[in-house]
Ligand binder design. Sequence first.
Ligand code: SF4
Ligand SMILES: [Zn+2]
Length: 127
Amino acid sequence: MPEVIDFTTDKRFVRRARELTIIRAMVRLYCRGHDHPGRSPLCEDCAELLDYATRRLERCVFGDAKPTCTNCTVHCYSAEKREQIRQVMKWAGPRMPLRHPILSIYHMFDGKRPAPMLPAKPSRPKE
Ligand code: SF4
Ligand SMILES: [Zn+2]
């Protein structure tokens, strides 16, 4: 269970951009490794998955304080997409250190960061 820290958004954080780079690299690796037809550079299914993951990342409720999605306490992915990205990570994860050693090291450290908790919802004023 990850340690819970206060929600915070810090514009200096670049982890979201880096995470997108990592996801893109993993999906490409997976697509190429499985020789999916019609790649340019991704096949239709993988391109759709990457689009979906990108939208989730951009709209993440944790903002720039987001944990890695694996460590997330919210899990905003649909069940289908979550399973798809899990397959990609499972296959591409062990191959990343060879192809993208620096990104892999960053991702390893990002994965060790404590997951933030969501900010409390503002209470509605009584009428
Ligand atoms: S799974 Fe969690 S960390 Fe990942 S984008 Fe969704 S809310 Fe953010
Ligand atoms: Zn593909």
